[in-house]
Ligand binder design. Structure first.
Ligand code: ATP
Ligand code: MG
Length: 585
Protein backbone atom coordinates (compact mmCIF):
# COMPACT_ATOMS: atom_id res chain seq x y z
CA UNK A 1 0.00 0.00 0.00
CA UNK A 2 2.85 2.33 0.87
CA UNK A 3 4.40 1.59 -2.51
CA UNK A 4 1.16 2.55 -4.22
CA UNK A 5 0.68 5.75 -2.26
CA UNK A 6 4.14 6.97 -3.25
CA UNK A 7 2.75 7.66 -6.77
CA UNK A 8 0.33 10.30 -5.53
CA UNK A 9 2.77 13.11 -4.64
CA UNK A 10 4.34 12.69 -8.09
CA UNK A 11 0.96 13.21 -9.70
CA UNK A 12 0.70 16.45 -7.78
CA UNK A 13 4.26 17.44 -8.63
CA UNK A 14 3.66 16.95 -12.34
CA UNK A 15 0.44 18.92 -12.22
CA UNK A 16 2.29 21.77 -10.52
CA UNK A 17 4.99 21.64 -13.21
CA UNK A 18 2.30 21.72 -15.91
CA UNK A 19 0.64 24.79 -14.39
CA UNK A 20 4.03 26.45 -14.14
CA UNK A 21 4.54 25.88 -17.86
CA UNK A 22 1.10 27.33 -18.59
CA UNK A 23 1.99 30.33 -16.49
CA UNK A 24 5.18 30.84 -18.52
CA UNK A 25 3.12 30.58 -21.67
CA UNK A 26 0.69 33.24 -20.44
CA UNK A 27 3.67 35.58 -19.83
CA UNK A 28 5.08 35.14 -23.30
CA UNK A 29 2.70 33.70 -25.87
CA UNK A 30 5.50 33.61 -28.45
CA UNK A 31 6.87 30.48 -26.75
CA UNK A 32 4.02 28.24 -28.03
CA UNK A 33 6.13 25.16 -27.39
CA UNK A 34 5.88 25.65 -23.64
CA UNK A 35 2.09 25.25 -23.87
CA UNK A 36 2.50 21.82 -25.52
CA UNK A 37 4.99 20.82 -22.86
CA UNK A 38 2.49 21.89 -20.24
CA UNK A 39 -0.05 19.48 -21.73
CA UNK A 40 2.66 16.85 -21.88
CA UNK A 41 2.96 16.84 -18.08
CA UNK A 42 -0.78 16.80 -17.60
CA UNK A 43 -0.89 13.61 -19.63
CA UNK A 44 1.95 12.21 -17.58
CA UNK A 45 0.00 12.93 -14.38
CA UNK A 46 -2.89 11.06 -16.00
CA UNK A 47 -0.57 8.16 -16.75
CA UNK A 48 0.54 8.02 -13.09
CA UNK A 49 -3.06 8.20 -11.94
CA UNK A 50 -3.99 5.14 -14.00
CA UNK A 51 -0.85 3.40 -12.78
CA UNK A 52 -2.05 4.05 -9.25
CA UNK A 53 -5.53 2.72 -10.09
CA UNK A 54 -4.05 -0.31 -11.83
CA UNK A 55 -1.89 -1.14 -8.84
CA UNK A 56 -4.87 -1.03 -6.50
CA UNK A 57 -7.32 -2.73 -8.96
CA UNK A 58 -5.38 -4.59 -11.64
CA UNK A 59 -7.45 -4.36 -14.82
CA UNK A 60 -6.32 -4.29 -18.40
CA UNK A 61 -8.49 -1.19 -18.96
CA UNK A 62 -6.50 0.86 -16.44
CA UNK A 63 -3.31 -0.35 -18.04
CA UNK A 64 -4.65 0.57 -21.51
CA UNK A 65 -5.57 4.03 -20.29
CA UNK A 66 -2.10 4.47 -18.78
CA UNK A 67 -0.59 3.53 -22.17
CA UNK A 68 -2.88 6.01 -23.90
CA UNK A 69 -1.78 8.74 -21.53
CA UNK A 70 1.88 7.82 -22.04
CA UNK A 71 1.44 7.96 -25.78
CA UNK A 72 -0.15 11.39 -25.53
CA UNK A 73 2.66 12.42 -23.18
CA UNK A 74 5.31 11.64 -25.77
CA UNK A 75 3.19 13.01 -28.64
CA UNK A 76 2.89 16.38 -26.92
CA UNK A 77 6.56 16.36 -26.17
CA UNK A 78 7.08 15.97 -29.91
CA UNK A 79 4.49 18.67 -30.71
CA UNK A 80 6.37 20.98 -28.38
CA UNK A 81 9.56 20.23 -30.30
CA UNK A 82 7.79 21.07 -33.56
CA UNK A 83 6.61 24.39 -32.16
CA UNK A 84 10.06 25.01 -30.70
CA UNK A 85 11.59 24.57 -34.17
CA UNK A 86 8.71 26.56 -35.74
CA UNK A 87 7.58 23.67 -37.93
CA UNK A 88 3.84 23.08 -38.40
CA UNK A 89 2.69 19.88 -36.68
CA UNK A 90 1.80 17.25 -39.32
CA UNK A 91 -1.76 15.94 -38.98
CA UNK A 92 -0.75 12.27 -39.30
CA UNK A 93 0.55 12.11 -35.72
CA UNK A 94 -2.98 12.78 -34.43
CA UNK A 95 -4.45 10.17 -36.76
CA UNK A 96 -1.91 7.48 -35.73
CA UNK A 97 -2.64 8.11 -32.06
CA UNK A 98 -6.33 7.70 -32.71
CA UNK A 99 -5.83 4.37 -34.57
CA UNK A 100 -3.68 3.05 -31.71
CA UNK A 101 -6.24 4.00 -29.09
CA UNK A 102 -8.87 2.16 -31.16
CA UNK A 103 -6.53 -0.81 -31.43
CA UNK A 104 -6.07 -0.95 -27.65
CA UNK A 105 -9.81 -0.60 -27.02
CA UNK A 106 -10.61 -3.47 -29.38
CA UNK A 107 -7.73 -5.57 -28.03
CA UNK A 108 -8.79 -5.08 -24.43
CA UNK A 109 -12.36 -5.95 -25.27
CA UNK A 110 -11.37 -9.15 -27.09
CA UNK A 111 -8.80 -10.04 -24.46
CA UNK A 112 -5.65 -9.97 -26.64
CA UNK A 113 -2.45 -10.99 -24.94
CA UNK A 114 -0.60 -8.01 -23.48
CA UNK A 115 2.32 -8.10 -25.93
CA UNK A 116 0.05 -7.92 -29.01
CA UNK A 117 -2.01 -5.28 -27.27
CA UNK A 118 0.88 -2.93 -26.40
CA UNK A 119 3.56 -3.69 -29.01
CA UNK A 120 2.16 -1.25 -31.60
CA UNK A 121 1.98 1.55 -29.01
CA UNK A 122 5.50 0.83 -27.78
CA UNK A 123 6.86 0.88 -31.34
CA UNK A 124 4.99 4.09 -32.02
CA UNK A 125 6.49 5.65 -28.88
CA UNK A 126 9.97 4.77 -30.13
CA UNK A 127 9.24 6.45 -33.48
CA UNK A 128 7.96 9.56 -31.65
CA UNK A 129 11.09 9.66 -29.49
CA UNK A 130 13.44 9.36 -32.46
CA UNK A 131 11.55 12.11 -34.29
CA UNK A 132 11.66 14.31 -31.20
CA UNK A 133 15.42 13.87 -30.83
CA UNK A 134 15.93 14.48 -34.54
CA UNK A 135 14.08 17.80 -34.43
CA UNK A 136 15.81 19.01 -31.30
CA UNK A 137 19.20 18.00 -32.57
CA UNK A 138 18.88 19.57 -36.00
CA UNK A 139 16.93 22.71 -35.14
CA UNK A 140 18.16 23.81 -31.75
CA UNK A 141 20.79 26.55 -31.99
CA UNK A 142 22.94 25.59 -28.99
CA UNK A 143 26.32 23.94 -28.72
CA UNK A 144 26.84 20.37 -29.96
CA UNK A 145 27.62 19.26 -26.40
CA UNK A 146 24.42 20.59 -24.91
CA UNK A 147 22.34 19.14 -27.74
CA UNK A 148 24.10 15.76 -27.48
CA UNK A 149 23.44 15.48 -23.76
CA UNK A 150 19.78 16.36 -24.07
CA UNK A 151 19.29 14.00 -27.01
CA UNK A 152 20.77 11.07 -25.07
CA UNK A 153 18.54 11.75 -22.05
CA UNK A 154 15.48 11.95 -24.29
CA UNK A 155 16.43 8.73 -26.14
CA UNK A 156 17.04 6.68 -22.99
CA UNK A 157 13.82 7.88 -21.47
CA UNK A 158 11.64 7.41 -24.57
CA UNK A 159 12.98 4.03 -25.68
CA UNK A 160 13.39 2.70 -22.14
CA UNK A 161 9.82 3.62 -21.32
CA UNK A 162 8.50 1.99 -24.48
CA UNK A 163 10.38 -1.28 -23.95
CA UNK A 164 9.58 -1.57 -20.28
CA UNK A 165 5.94 -0.81 -20.91
CA UNK A 166 5.65 -4.18 -22.63
CA UNK A 167 6.54 -5.95 -19.40
CA UNK A 168 4.87 -3.60 -16.99
CA UNK A 169 2.12 -6.03 -15.98
CA UNK A 170 4.72 -8.45 -14.62
CA UNK A 171 6.98 -5.95 -12.89
CA UNK A 172 4.53 -3.38 -11.66
CA UNK A 173 4.53 -4.71 -8.17
CA UNK A 174 8.31 -4.38 -7.93
CA UNK A 175 8.93 -1.24 -5.93
CA UNK A 176 12.03 0.13 -7.73
CA UNK A 177 10.70 -0.42 -11.22
CA UNK A 178 8.17 2.35 -11.57
CA UNK A 179 10.07 4.60 -9.19
CA UNK A 180 12.94 4.67 -11.70
CA UNK A 181 10.48 5.58 -14.43
CA UNK A 182 8.98 8.38 -12.35
CA UNK A 183 12.36 9.80 -11.40
CA UNK A 184 13.59 9.66 -14.97
CA UNK A 185 10.45 11.42 -16.17
CA UNK A 186 11.02 14.20 -13.72
CA UNK A 187 14.62 14.58 -14.81
CA UNK A 188 13.26 14.97 -18.30
CA UNK A 189 10.81 17.53 -17.04
CA UNK A 190 13.68 19.56 -15.63
CA UNK A 191 15.57 19.17 -18.93
CA UNK A 192 12.65 20.73 -20.73
CA UNK A 193 12.67 23.65 -18.36
CA UNK A 194 16.37 24.12 -19.03
CA UNK A 195 15.65 24.11 -22.75
CA UNK A 196 13.11 26.87 -22.16
CA UNK A 197 15.58 28.95 -20.18
CA UNK A 198 18.34 28.53 -22.78
CA UNK A 199 15.98 29.43 -25.57
CA UNK A 200 14.69 32.53 -23.75
CA UNK A 201 18.23 33.58 -22.97
CA UNK A 202 19.31 33.28 -26.58
CA UNK A 203 16.19 35.18 -27.65
CA UNK A 204 16.90 37.98 -25.18
CA UNK A 205 20.47 38.27 -26.35
CA UNK A 206 19.28 38.27 -29.95
CA UNK A 207 16.71 41.00 -29.19
CA UNK A 208 19.49 42.86 -27.41
CA UNK A 209 21.72 42.58 -30.46
CA UNK A 210 18.96 43.73 -32.79
CA UNK A 211 18.22 46.68 -30.49
CA UNK A 212 21.90 47.58 -30.35
CA UNK A 213 22.22 47.52 -34.13
CA UNK A 214 19.20 49.79 -34.45
CA UNK A 215 20.08 52.13 -31.60
CA UNK A 216 23.76 52.48 -32.33
CA UNK A 217 23.30 53.14 -36.02
CA UNK A 218 20.28 55.41 -35.91
CA UNK A 219 20.80 59.09 -36.59
CA UNK A 220 18.10 59.84 -34.03
CA UNK A 221 19.11 59.80 -30.39
CA UNK A 222 17.37 57.09 -28.39
CA UNK A 223 17.31 57.40 -24.60
CA UNK A 224 15.94 55.83 -21.44
CA UNK A 225 15.86 58.04 -18.36
CA UNK A 226 15.11 56.50 -14.97
CA UNK A 227 13.10 58.60 -12.52
CA UNK A 228 12.99 58.38 -8.74
CA UNK A 229 15.91 57.75 -6.41
CA UNK A 230 18.17 56.29 -9.13
CA UNK A 231 17.50 59.29 -11.39
CA UNK A 232 19.60 59.52 -14.53
CA UNK A 233 20.16 58.25 -18.04
CA UNK A 234 20.16 54.45 -18.13
CA UNK A 235 20.72 54.52 -21.84
CA UNK A 236 21.50 57.13 -24.45
CA UNK A 237 22.55 56.12 -27.92
CA UNK A 238 25.99 57.08 -29.25
CA UNK A 239 24.37 59.31 -31.90
CA UNK A 240 24.13 61.95 -29.14
CA UNK A 241 27.81 62.63 -29.76
CA UNK A 242 27.19 63.26 -33.46
CA UNK A 243 24.32 65.59 -32.58
CA UNK A 244 25.80 67.55 -29.66
CA UNK A 245 29.53 66.81 -29.60
CA UNK A 246 29.24 65.35 -26.06
CA UNK A 247 29.79 61.58 -25.59
CA UNK A 248 27.13 59.41 -23.90
CA UNK A 249 29.41 59.06 -20.85
CA UNK A 250 28.87 62.75 -20.07
CA UNK A 251 25.15 62.06 -19.78
CA UNK A 252 25.59 58.89 -17.72
CA UNK A 253 27.78 60.57 -15.15
CA UNK A 254 25.57 63.61 -14.60
CA UNK A 255 21.77 63.22 -14.55
CA UNK A 256 21.39 66.94 -15.20
CA UNK A 257 23.84 67.12 -18.06
CA UNK A 258 21.04 68.03 -20.43
CA UNK A 259 21.22 71.57 -19.00
CA UNK A 260 24.62 71.88 -20.67
CA UNK A 261 23.23 71.45 -24.15
CA UNK A 262 19.86 73.15 -23.75
CA UNK A 263 18.98 76.74 -24.41
CA UNK A 264 17.86 78.25 -21.10
CA UNK A 265 14.43 78.97 -22.58
CA UNK A 266 13.87 75.21 -22.71
CA UNK A 267 14.92 74.37 -19.13
CA UNK A 268 11.26 74.40 -18.09
CA UNK A 269 10.28 71.92 -20.74
CA UNK A 270 13.22 69.67 -19.88
CA UNK A 271 12.30 69.73 -16.20
CA UNK A 272 8.79 68.80 -17.12
CA UNK A 273 10.16 65.77 -18.96
CA UNK A 274 12.93 64.66 -16.59
CA UNK A 275 11.83 66.04 -13.22
CA UNK A 276 8.15 66.52 -12.75
CA UNK A 277 6.40 63.38 -11.67
CA UNK A 278 3.08 64.51 -13.08
CA UNK A 279 4.01 64.37 -16.71
CA UNK A 280 1.51 63.26 -19.26
CA UNK A 281 1.68 59.69 -20.43
CA UNK A 282 3.23 60.72 -23.69
CA UNK A 283 4.40 64.08 -24.93
CA UNK A 284 3.72 64.97 -28.49
CA UNK A 285 6.87 65.99 -30.42
CA UNK A 286 8.32 69.19 -29.05
CA UNK A 287 11.16 71.18 -30.58
CA UNK A 288 14.02 71.97 -28.21
CA UNK A 289 16.76 74.48 -28.91
CA UNK A 290 20.15 72.87 -28.25
CA UNK A 291 23.74 73.88 -28.60
CA UNK A 292 26.49 71.74 -30.07
CA UNK A 293 29.75 71.68 -28.12
CA UNK A 294 31.20 73.98 -30.80
CA UNK A 295 28.52 76.59 -30.06
CA UNK A 296 26.41 75.90 -33.12
CA UNK A 297 22.69 76.07 -32.53
CA UNK A 298 20.66 72.99 -33.36
CA UNK A 299 17.01 72.08 -33.09
CA UNK A 300 15.98 68.70 -31.73
CA UNK A 301 12.48 67.33 -31.91
CA UNK A 302 11.87 65.22 -28.82
CA UNK A 303 9.22 62.53 -28.47
CA UNK A 304 8.73 61.03 -25.02
CA UNK A 305 6.79 58.14 -23.53
CA UNK A 306 6.40 57.74 -19.79
CA UNK A 307 6.85 54.27 -18.33
CA UNK A 308 4.43 53.67 -15.46
CA UNK A 309 4.45 51.09 -12.73
CA UNK A 310 0.88 51.16 -11.57
CA UNK A 311 0.16 54.87 -11.54
CA UNK A 312 3.74 55.79 -10.67
CA UNK A 313 6.01 57.07 -13.45
CA UNK A 314 9.31 55.19 -13.17
CA UNK A 315 11.10 56.22 -16.34
CA UNK A 316 10.82 58.15 -19.56
CA UNK A 317 11.97 56.84 -22.87
CA UNK A 318 12.04 58.58 -26.19
CA UNK A 319 14.02 59.85 -29.06
CA UNK A 320 15.42 63.13 -30.30
CA UNK A 321 15.57 63.95 -33.99
CA UNK A 322 17.79 66.65 -35.42
CA UNK A 323 15.39 68.96 -37.27
CA UNK A 324 17.79 71.88 -37.64
CA UNK A 325 17.72 71.93 -41.42
CA UNK A 326 13.93 71.79 -41.63
CA UNK A 327 13.53 74.36 -38.87
CA UNK A 328 15.95 76.81 -40.46
CA UNK A 329 14.32 76.38 -43.85
CA UNK A 330 10.94 77.02 -42.24
CA UNK A 331 12.22 80.12 -40.43
CA UNK A 332 13.82 81.41 -43.57
CA UNK A 333 10.64 80.89 -45.52
CA UNK A 334 8.68 82.75 -42.89
CA UNK A 335 11.21 85.57 -42.77
CA UNK A 336 11.25 85.95 -46.51
CA UNK A 337 7.45 86.01 -46.54
CA UNK A 338 7.54 88.72 -43.89
CA UNK A 339 10.17 90.70 -45.76
CA UNK A 340 7.97 90.58 -48.86
CA UNK A 341 4.98 91.82 -46.87
CA UNK A 342 7.05 94.60 -45.36
CA UNK A 343 8.32 95.69 -48.74
CA UNK A 344 4.82 95.64 -50.12
CA UNK A 345 3.51 97.85 -47.33
CA UNK A 346 6.37 100.35 -47.79
CA UNK A 347 5.82 100.46 -51.51
CA UNK A 348 2.13 101.08 -51.19
CA UNK A 349 2.53 103.84 -48.58
CA UNK A 350 5.70 105.71 -49.35
CA UNK A 351 6.28 105.42 -53.06
CA UNK A 352 2.90 106.82 -53.89
CA UNK A 353 3.84 110.47 -53.27
CA UNK A 354 6.74 110.74 -55.75
CA UNK A 355 4.85 108.70 -58.33
CA UNK A 356 1.83 111.00 -58.05
CA UNK A 357 3.98 114.05 -58.61
CA UNK A 358 5.87 112.45 -61.52
CA UNK A 359 2.58 111.52 -63.12
CA UNK A 360 1.17 115.02 -62.51
CA UNK A 361 4.11 116.81 -64.16
CA UNK A 362 4.39 114.31 -67.00
CA UNK A 363 0.71 114.65 -67.97
CA UNK A 364 0.92 118.46 -67.65
CA UNK A 365 3.83 118.37 -70.08
CA UNK A 366 1.98 116.07 -72.44
CA UNK A 367 -1.34 117.93 -72.61
CA UNK A 368 0.38 121.30 -72.89
CA UNK A 369 -0.66 122.76 -69.52
CA UNK A 370 3.01 123.61 -69.09
CA UNK A 371 4.33 125.33 -72.17
CA UNK A 372 6.78 128.06 -71.17
CA UNK A 373 10.33 127.02 -71.88
CA UNK A 374 11.49 127.70 -68.33
CA UNK A 375 8.51 125.95 -66.81
CA UNK A 376 9.08 122.92 -69.00
CA UNK A 377 12.74 122.69 -67.96
CA UNK A 378 11.74 123.00 -64.31
CA UNK A 379 9.08 120.30 -64.66
CA UNK A 380 11.56 118.02 -66.37
CA UNK A 381 14.00 118.56 -63.50
CA UNK A 382 11.35 117.64 -60.98
CA UNK A 383 10.40 114.51 -62.90
CA UNK A 384 14.03 113.45 -63.12
CA UNK A 385 14.76 114.19 -59.43
CA UNK A 386 11.64 112.42 -58.26
CA UNK A 387 12.55 109.43 -60.40
CA UNK A 388 16.02 109.34 -58.85
CA UNK A 389 14.48 109.51 -55.39
CA UNK A 390 12.14 106.75 -56.36
CA UNK A 391 14.93 104.55 -57.58
CA UNK A 392 16.97 105.13 -54.41
CA UNK A 393 13.98 104.58 -52.25
CA UNK A 394 13.21 101.26 -53.90
CA UNK A 395 16.78 100.10 -53.39
CA UNK A 396 16.79 101.28 -49.78
CA UNK A 397 13.48 99.68 -49.05
CA UNK A 398 14.59 96.43 -50.55
CA UNK A 399 17.71 96.40 -48.41
CA UNK A 400 15.83 97.46 -45.30
CA UNK A 401 13.20 94.76 -45.58
CA UNK A 402 15.98 92.19 -45.94
CA UNK A 403 17.86 93.62 -42.98
CA UNK A 404 14.84 93.73 -40.74
CA UNK A 405 14.03 90.07 -41.38
CA UNK A 406 17.68 88.96 -41.10
CA UNK A 407 17.67 87.90 -44.72
CA UNK A 408 20.55 90.11 -45.67
CA UNK A 409 23.84 88.33 -46.16
CA UNK A 410 27.01 90.01 -44.94
CA UNK A 411 30.57 89.31 -45.97
CA UNK A 412 32.33 89.75 -42.66
CA UNK A 413 36.08 89.63 -42.62
CA UNK A 414 39.04 90.68 -40.53
CA UNK A 415 39.80 94.43 -40.88
CA UNK A 416 42.45 96.52 -39.24
CA UNK A 417 40.93 99.48 -37.39
CA UNK A 418 43.58 101.83 -38.70
CA UNK A 419 42.98 100.70 -42.30
CA UNK A 420 39.29 101.46 -41.97
CA UNK A 421 40.10 104.91 -40.55
CA UNK A 422 42.45 105.85 -43.36
CA UNK A 423 40.21 104.53 -46.11
CA UNK A 424 37.18 106.43 -44.76
CA UNK A 425 39.08 109.71 -44.60
CA UNK A 426 40.47 109.24 -48.12
CA UNK A 427 37.12 108.32 -49.49
CA UNK A 428 35.07 111.22 -48.13
CA UNK A 429 37.50 114.12 -47.88
CA UNK A 430 36.76 115.06 -51.48
CA UNK A 431 32.97 114.94 -50.97
CA UNK A 432 33.34 117.16 -47.92
CA UNK A 433 35.45 119.66 -49.81
CA UNK A 434 32.99 119.60 -52.71
CA UNK A 435 30.28 120.50 -50.26
CA UNK A 436 32.26 123.62 -49.38
CA UNK A 437 33.08 122.34 -45.91
CA UNK A 438 36.29 122.05 -44.01
CA UNK A 439 37.39 118.57 -42.84
CA UNK A 440 39.06 118.08 -39.51
CA UNK A 441 40.28 114.70 -38.28
CA UNK A 442 41.43 113.32 -34.95
CA UNK A 443 42.98 109.86 -34.93
CA UNK A 444 44.13 107.90 -31.88
CA UNK A 445 46.96 106.20 -33.77
CA UNK A 446 48.37 104.42 -30.77
CA UNK A 447 45.06 102.98 -29.67
CA UNK A 448 44.09 102.00 -33.20
CA UNK A 449 47.19 100.05 -34.09
CA UNK A 450 46.96 96.27 -33.84
CA UNK A 451 43.24 96.40 -33.22
CA UNK A 452 40.92 94.38 -35.38
CA UNK A 453 37.32 94.57 -36.44
CA UNK A 454 35.21 91.83 -37.85
CA UNK A 455 33.21 93.69 -40.44
CA UNK A 456 31.80 93.81 -43.94
CA UNK A 457 33.80 96.66 -45.61
CA UNK A 458 31.15 97.41 -48.19
CA UNK A 459 28.42 97.83 -45.53
CA UNK A 460 30.70 99.95 -43.33
CA UNK A 461 31.21 102.25 -46.28
CA UNK A 462 27.47 102.48 -46.75
CA UNK A 463 27.03 103.53 -43.10
CA UNK A 464 29.59 106.30 -43.33
CA UNK A 465 28.42 107.43 -46.76
CA UNK A 466 25.04 108.19 -45.24
CA UNK A 467 26.37 109.76 -42.03
CA UNK A 468 28.79 111.98 -43.91
CA UNK A 469 26.29 112.91 -46.61
CA UNK A 470 23.83 113.84 -43.84
CA UNK A 471 26.50 115.98 -42.20
CA UNK A 472 27.17 117.70 -45.52
CA UNK A 473 23.47 118.03 -46.30
CA UNK A 474 22.51 119.56 -42.96
CA UNK A 475 25.48 121.89 -42.51
CA UNK A 476 25.86 125.41 -43.91
CA UNK A 477 28.60 125.84 -46.52
CA UNK A 478 31.81 127.12 -45.01
CA UNK A 479 31.38 125.25 -41.72
CA UNK A 480 33.45 122.28 -40.65
CA UNK A 481 33.04 118.55 -40.20
CA UNK A 482 35.10 116.68 -37.63
CA UNK A 483 35.87 112.95 -37.91
CA UNK A 484 37.23 111.40 -34.72
CA UNK A 485 38.52 107.81 -34.44
CA UNK A 486 39.22 106.49 -30.94
CA UNK A 487 39.47 103.23 -29.06
CA UNK A 488 37.61 102.73 -25.80
CA UNK A 489 39.72 100.06 -24.07
CA UNK A 490 37.21 99.62 -21.26
CA UNK A 491 34.23 99.05 -23.48
CA UNK A 492 36.38 97.08 -25.93
CA UNK A 493 35.15 99.06 -28.90
CA UNK A 494 36.16 101.48 -31.58
CA UNK A 495 34.27 104.76 -31.65
CA UNK A 496 33.84 106.83 -34.76
CA UNK A 497 32.39 110.29 -34.17
CA UNK A 498 31.07 112.35 -37.06
CA UNK A 499 30.47 115.90 -35.85
CA UNK A 500 29.11 118.82 -37.77
CA UNK A 501 28.31 122.41 -36.93
CA UNK A 502 25.09 122.34 -38.93
CA UNK A 503 21.42 122.90 -38.20
CA UNK A 504 21.31 120.24 -35.49
CA UNK A 505 18.30 118.24 -34.42
CA UNK A 506 15.68 119.47 -32.00
CA UNK A 507 15.16 117.59 -28.72
CA UNK A 508 11.72 116.52 -29.91
CA UNK A 509 13.09 114.96 -33.11
CA UNK A 510 16.10 113.14 -31.66
CA UNK A 511 14.24 109.99 -30.54
CA UNK A 512 12.82 109.51 -34.02
CA UNK A 513 15.67 110.16 -36.43
CA UNK A 514 16.53 106.46 -36.65
CA UNK A 515 12.97 105.56 -37.52
CA UNK A 516 12.15 104.82 -41.10
CA UNK A 517 10.87 107.70 -43.26
CA UNK A 518 11.47 110.16 -40.45
CA UNK A 519 12.68 113.56 -41.60
CA UNK A 520 12.87 116.43 -39.17
CA UNK A 521 11.58 119.81 -40.18
CA UNK A 522 14.43 121.67 -41.81
CA UNK A 523 14.80 125.12 -43.33
CA UNK A 524 14.13 125.36 -47.09
CA UNK A 525 17.74 126.11 -47.98
CA UNK A 526 18.73 122.57 -46.88
CA UNK A 527 19.63 120.42 -49.88
CA UNK A 528 16.81 117.95 -49.60
CA UNK A 529 16.65 116.86 -53.17
CA UNK A 530 16.59 113.10 -52.87
CA UNK A 531 15.98 112.53 -49.22
CA UNK A 532 13.87 109.55 -48.23
CA UNK A 533 14.39 109.34 -44.47
CA UNK A 534 15.65 105.75 -44.69
CA UNK A 535 19.39 106.40 -44.42
CA UNK A 536 19.71 106.32 -40.63
CA UNK A 537 17.34 103.39 -40.29
CA UNK A 538 19.57 101.34 -42.58
CA UNK A 539 22.70 102.57 -40.75
CA UNK A 540 21.29 101.40 -37.44
CA UNK A 541 20.42 97.95 -38.83
CA UNK A 542 23.86 97.57 -40.39
CA UNK A 543 25.77 98.67 -37.28
CA UNK A 544 23.71 96.39 -35.05
CA UNK A 545 24.33 93.47 -37.38
CA UNK A 546 28.02 94.09 -36.66
CA UNK A 547 27.34 93.87 -32.94
CA UNK A 548 27.73 97.63 -32.56
CA UNK A 549 25.63 100.67 -31.70
CA UNK A 550 24.83 104.02 -33.21
CA UNK A 551 23.57 107.12 -31.43
CA UNK A 552 23.40 110.87 -31.75
CA UNK A 553 24.01 113.94 -29.64
CA UNK A 554 22.67 117.13 -31.03
CA UNK A 555 21.27 120.53 -30.33
CA UNK A 556 19.09 122.52 -32.66
CA UNK A 557 21.15 125.19 -34.37
CA UNK A 558 24.46 124.00 -32.92
CA UNK A 559 25.29 120.89 -34.87
CA UNK A 560 25.19 117.15 -34.30
CA UNK A 561 27.55 114.33 -33.43
CA UNK A 562 26.73 110.84 -34.64
CA UNK A 563 28.72 108.05 -32.99
CA UNK A 564 29.24 104.54 -34.28
CA UNK A 565 30.65 102.00 -31.84
CA UNK A 566 32.06 98.75 -33.22
CA UNK A 567 33.35 95.84 -31.14
CA UNK A 568 37.09 95.18 -31.40
CA UNK A 569 38.84 91.83 -31.29
CA UNK A 570 42.24 90.28 -30.93
CA UNK A 571 43.60 88.34 -33.89
CA UNK A 572 42.94 85.07 -32.07
CA UNK A 573 39.28 85.93 -31.44
CA UNK A 574 38.87 86.70 -35.12
CA UNK A 575 40.27 83.28 -36.01
CA UNK A 576 37.73 81.68 -33.72
CA UNK A 577 34.93 83.69 -35.27
CA UNK A 578 36.02 82.74 -38.76
CA UNK A 579 36.24 79.10 -37.79
CA UNK A 580 32.75 79.15 -36.38
CA UNK A 581 31.38 80.91 -39.45
CA UNK A 582 32.90 78.21 -41.65
CA UNK A 583 31.45 75.41 -39.60
CA UNK A 584 28.03 77.11 -39.73
CA UNK A 585 28.15 77.39 -43.48
P1 ATP B 1 18.17 109.64 -46.94
O1 ATP B 1 19.36 109.41 -46.08
O2 ATP B 1 17.28 108.47 -47.01
O3 ATP B 1 18.49 110.25 -48.24
P2 ATP B 1 17.61 111.57 -44.95
O4 ATP B 1 19.02 111.97 -44.92
O5 ATP B 1 16.58 112.61 -44.78
O6 ATP B 1 17.28 110.73 -46.25
P3 ATP B 1 18.22 110.00 -42.68
O7 ATP B 1 19.62 109.92 -43.08
O8 ATP B 1 17.56 108.82 -42.16
O9 ATP B 1 17.30 110.55 -43.84
O10 ATP B 1 18.06 111.10 -41.58
C1 ATP B 1 16.80 111.30 -40.96
C2 ATP B 1 16.60 112.69 -40.53
O11 ATP B 1 17.45 113.01 -39.47
C3 ATP B 1 16.93 113.69 -41.58
O12 ATP B 1 15.84 113.93 -42.45
C4 ATP B 1 17.26 114.91 -40.76
O13 ATP B 1 16.09 115.59 -40.40
C5 ATP B 1 17.89 114.33 -39.53
N1 ATP B 1 19.36 114.38 -39.62
C6 ATP B 1 20.15 113.36 -39.95
N2 ATP B 1 21.45 113.72 -39.90
C7 ATP B 1 21.48 114.99 -39.50
C8 ATP B 1 22.52 115.93 -39.24
N3 ATP B 1 23.81 115.61 -39.38
N4 ATP B 1 22.16 117.18 -38.85
C9 ATP B 1 20.89 117.50 -38.71
N5 ATP B 1 19.88 116.67 -38.91
C10 ATP B 1 20.15 115.43 -39.33
MG1 MG C 1 20.61 110.50 -44.94
Amino acid sequence: MVQTAIVLPFILLNLIMASFYFFLFSMDSKGGFIKYWGFCWIFYSGSLLFLFLYMSHPSVYFLGLRKTMDMMNISYLLFGAYAFARIPIPGYWYRFSLYLILWMAIGAYYDFDLISLFLPVASYQIILTVMLCYILYTRWPVSQKEKGLFTIIFMIWGIGKAVFSLFEAQYVQVFGFYLIEILFSNVLNVCIFVIYILKTRSEISRADRIFKVIAENATDVIFYYTLGAQKGFSYISPSIERMTGHPPSAFYSNPKFYYEILDSSDYGKADEIFENQKIERSLSPYTLTLYHKNGKRIYGEITVTVILEGAEPVAVEGFIRDVTITKLAEDELQASRKSRELLLSYVSHELRTPITSILGYASALKDGTIQEREEVAEAMDIVINKSITLERMINDLFQLSKLETKQFSFRFRKMEALDLTISLINKYSLDIEKGNLKLQTKIDYEGLSDVFLYADPERMEQVFANLISNAIKYTHPGDRILLRFVIDKKKKNMQIHISDTGIGISKADIPYVFERFYRAESPPEVRKASSSGLGLTICKELVEAHGGQIFVKSRAGQGSTFTVELPIYTEEQIHQKEGKENSDA
